[in-house]
Design a protein around this ligand. Structure first.
Ligand code: 26Q
Length: 823
């Protein structure tokens, strides 16, 4: 059939207007003269969705008629951000939409974009990475489904009250969300709990089967993901948990009405809320239920897609490549085995061959507190059949180890999927590593550390399994959409091709000594900073000067990310101004943003600390024009789009070896911010690419940190050598930043002066030195603009198109959809 219907889905302004009018009337039940901005947002979104639908159905049809391998990206989080503007950009109809809106009395598209509520279906970097990867997959025409959970409540909204974080539930669905299509006819059943029993099948073989105690139904909600200026459209398939009344109908008949209703309530709770911890595994039962729920639905869905096309289940690896975004979906290894062995009656070796040729695993963390371990009792009570299968996977693996390392019992204990030191637990990273054909880290340094520190014995056993794919971010959202001013400048001077081929930004280097161009470059940045200054004034009441250096740290609040190192440096600057020793110091606006996990006390205290310093500094007339401190509440994708383009300096100051990659660092650099950073995560590669002379490096290396640890780190020794730091700590202790309250920040001070687990004191002096180098560089603005330009010119490598290209080539072995879907 033909999916190109210009009558209903043309891309000109008139067609968009007609589509809006129709949706206002028939879908929304509104008349144009009384339509609110939200109504117009909905009408435009539905009109855009119609245009995605054609491409989506054409893609589905092409995949049915000419099956080829498709990517299943399994992730508990997809932090996709606002959808409307991205879809307009990728369709190429931003101006047409603006023109259509003018007919409804709206002057700028922005007024309508502001109304959009973003789905916060992720915590931070990992969830946002999954969203960038889906966009790049579609742009590269790779058939793909992102499988995840449709949380009813995403990451909490953050308010700041008296300097403290307050969490508010995120009701992102309240106004209706036009981008999803529920597909109840494709629902899946998932079991939980109960027991297993053995039986003899009709061929006389012993088998095990699972008799779950309860069930949930997963209803897929599909979100189309359109690539940039291409006609193929991928999808996110997010599962919403529903009740299973039909299964328990009899409960009504025997009079246990409340019992049956309780089960309904229980199963609906499954997809109710996103766990807001990034980094700490609390080992909660509901979290494991969520993981199994979405993984089981997704694998059943993949198998069904083979059935529907008449393809044999043995060909699973030929048609699906399954990527595990961290260990959150690692239960997939056991669940695919269960579906093949129990449901499809396959023998073990065949099932294992299929599973281990299909699944690959990305590791995102080395932090021990973030590595998922499930208590054995909890695991067996929820997934008894999976535990049996894991024992068998483990038995065979340990047998292999015995042959390779005879007599070495220690290595078996160390690599076993079951942790037997202390109370027993299932180690999900081991399950994922054993089940996967590839294991990758997310930046060069991190992938090395995965091999040398996290899983060294596995890396020795299977050296060819371990690889690196450095993260990337989509240039569509993070430059073309977020920074229209810079995009216009780029388009004028090097053409538009950079949007789909970021390495073309290199052409900018020809302009690095062109004074006029550098001035233009600086003025473009300034005009974007004015917009952020106005946002800051509207949302925090703080007046900031756009001509000052915008020094920015936005990311989740974590001790390892060291926002407190930044704050201590701000206090030093404050003291230098107070003491008349601030000659040569660049006037700065220091901007923070980020959420703390609700149960992470120290992170919440760091937010209070930032706000305490901000209050004192901003109220002091001596600071006028020289220093301002701002905490931006409720940092999310939408706010990020305003912040990265308006930044001069990007703070990437984690303790070396702790930040797996970072992706904010890439968004800043592409938008022309200079980085002050440690040799951690992708900072290492950013510095190599932009050149050491265009990067402010400081801090101890991974090796130096390890040496300090070995020799017994004593923060006191570092503090004693720095009178300025002592003075800063003394002021905090006296309550200078807390209205005289000398107790408020004591836990933070005790932490830093006592154990200082993230080596803040050890890196302080060098950080201060690097910040002085920043100030010095800022005084020569043309030189600064040149460095800024070179950051943009040389960071095309960090496009997620490059990352996805590497996954396709080295891990997935997939190629673009090679079917012409136009008609
Ligand atoms: C685990 C168990 C129980 C509850 C929650 C979790 C959980 C949830 C989210 C653990 C970790 C996360 C998120 C981790 C994350 O965002 N990691 C970041 O991933 C980015 C993309 O690769 C990297 O750039 C960052 O360096 C890394 O911190």
């Amino acid at each position: 059939g033909c999916y190109n219907d210009p009558e209903r889905a043309g891309l000109d302004a008139k067609s968009v207007f007609d589509g809006m009018t129709e949706h206002l009337f028939f879908t929304l039940g509104k008349l144009a003269p009384t339509a609110s901005r939200h109504d117009l947002y909905m009408a435009l979104s539905y009109a855009v969705r119609d245009r995605l639908m054609m491409r989506y159905l054409a893609t589905t049809e092409a995949m049915r008629a000419h099956p080829q391998k498709s990517v299943a990206y399994l992730s508990a989080e997809f932090l996709i951000g606002p959808q409307l503007n991205n879809n307009l950009l990728n369709l190429g109809i931003q101006q047409e939409a603006e023109a259509a809106l003018r007919n409804f009395g709206i002057e700028s598209l922005q007024q309508i974009l502001d109304v959009e509520e973003e789905p916060g279906l992720g915590n931070g970097g990992l969830g946002r990475l999954a969203a960038c990867y889906m966009e790049s997959l579609a742009s590269l025409k790779i058939p793909a489904t992102g499988y995840g959970i449709r949380y009813e409540f995403g990451i909490f909204d953050q308010l700041i009250r008296d300097g403290w974080q307050v969490e508010i539930t995120d009701k992102w669905l309240k106004g209706g969300w036009p981008w999803e299509l529920p597909q109840p006819d494709e629902a899946c059943f998932v079991g939980f709990g109960g027991r297993t029993e053995s039986y003899i099948d009709d061929k006389g073989s012993y088998r095990s089967r699972w008799i779950p105690a309860e069930h949930a139904i997963g209803i897929p909600h599909d979100v189309p993901v359109l690539g940039y200026r291409v006609n193929i459209c991928d999808r996110l398939r997010l599962w919403r948990a529903d009740a299973t009344e039909s299964f328990d109908f009899y409960a009504f008949n025997i009079g246990d009405y409340y019992g049956a209703v309780e089960e309904k309530v229980g199963s609906e709770t499954l997809s109710k809320v996103l766990y807001p911890n990034d980094g700490t595994d609390e080992g909660r039962r509901l979290r494991l239920k969520q993981q199994h729920f979405f993984v089981s639905c997704s694998l059943q869905d993949m198998l069904r897609s083979l059935d529907n096309r008449g393809l044999p289940v043995e060909d699973f690896p030929k048609y699906w490549t399954v990527q595990l975004n961290d260990t959150h979906p690692a239960i997939a290894v056991a669940e695919l085995m269960r579906l093949l062995i129990d449901d499809r009656h396959m023998d073990w070796d065949k099932a294992w061959d299929i599973t281990s040729r299909s699944v690959a695993y990305t590791n995102h963390t080395l932090l021990p507190e973030a590595l998922e371990k499930w208590d054995l009792n909890l695991f067996s009570s929820l997934l008894p059949r999976h535990l049996e299968l894991i024992y068998e996977i483990n038995r065979r693996f340990l047998q292999q180890l015995r042959l390779r390392y005879p007599g070495n019992d220690a290595i078996q204990r160390k690599l076993s999927i079951i942790d037997e030191d202390g109370s027993k637990a299932v180690r999900m990273a081991h399950l994922a590593t054993i089940g996967a054909h590839h294991v990758n880290g997310v930046a060069a340094l991190h992938s090395d550390l995965v091999k040398t520190d996290l899983l060294p014995e596995f890396a020795e056993l299977w050296p060819e399994k371990f690889t690196n794919v450095t993260n990337g971010v989509t240039p569509r959202r993070w430059v073309a959409l977020a920074n229209p001013e810079l995009s216009t400048l780029l388009n004028e001077h090097i053409g538009e091709d950079w949007i789909s081929n970021m390495e073309n930004l290199r052409k900018l280097e020809e302009r690095q000594n062109d004074q006029g161009f550098l001035e233009h470059w600086g003025n473009t940045k300034l005009s974007v900073k004015r917009k952020l200054a106005s946002y800051i004034h509207r949302n925090t009441g703080v007046l900031v000067d756009p001509s000052t250096l915008f020094d920015v740290q936005v990311k989740r609040i974590h001790e390892y990310k060291r926002q407190h190192l930044n704050v201590l440096q701000v206090i030093t600057q404050y003291l230098r101004i107070k003491n008349g020793q601030a000659d040569g110091m660049a006037p700065r606006t220091v901007i923070f943003g980020g959420k703390a996990a609700p149960g992470y006390y120290m992170a919440k205290l760091i937010i209070r600390f930032i706000n305490g310093i901000a209050e004192t500094v901003n109220a002091d007339p001596d600071m006028d024009g020289r220093l301002r401190v701002v905490f931006l509440p409720d940092y999310n994708v939408k706010l990020g789009e305003q912040v990265y383009p308006a930044s001069d300096l990007s703070e990437q100051i984690s303790t070396a070896g702790k930040e797996a990659s970072g992706t904010g660092n890439m968004k800043f650099a592409m938008n022309g911010a200079l980085t002050i950073g440690t040799l951690d995560g992708a900072n290492v590669e950013i510095r190599e690419l932009v050149g050491a002379e265009n990067f402010f490096l400081f801090g101890k290396t991974v090796e130096e940190i390890n040496d300090l640890k070995r020799s017994g780190y004593n923060p006191g020794a570092f503090i004693n050598a720095m009178p300025e730091l002592q003075e800063a700590l003394r002021l905090i202790e006296m309550g200078h930043f807390s209205n005289g309250d000398s107790e408020l920040f004591r836990p933070l001070l005790d932490n830093l002066t006592g154990h200082d687990p993230f080596f803040v004191m050890a890196d302080f002096a060098d950080y201060l030195r690097a910040q002085e180098a920043v100030s010095l560089a800022w005084t020569d603005r043309m030189h600064w603009n040149r460095m800024s330009l070179l950051n943009t010119a040389r960071t095309g490598f960090f496009s997620s198109d490059r990352s996805i290209g590497e996954y396709c080539e080295n891990i997935w072995n997939v190629g673009p959809l090679n079917v012409d879907i136009t008609c």
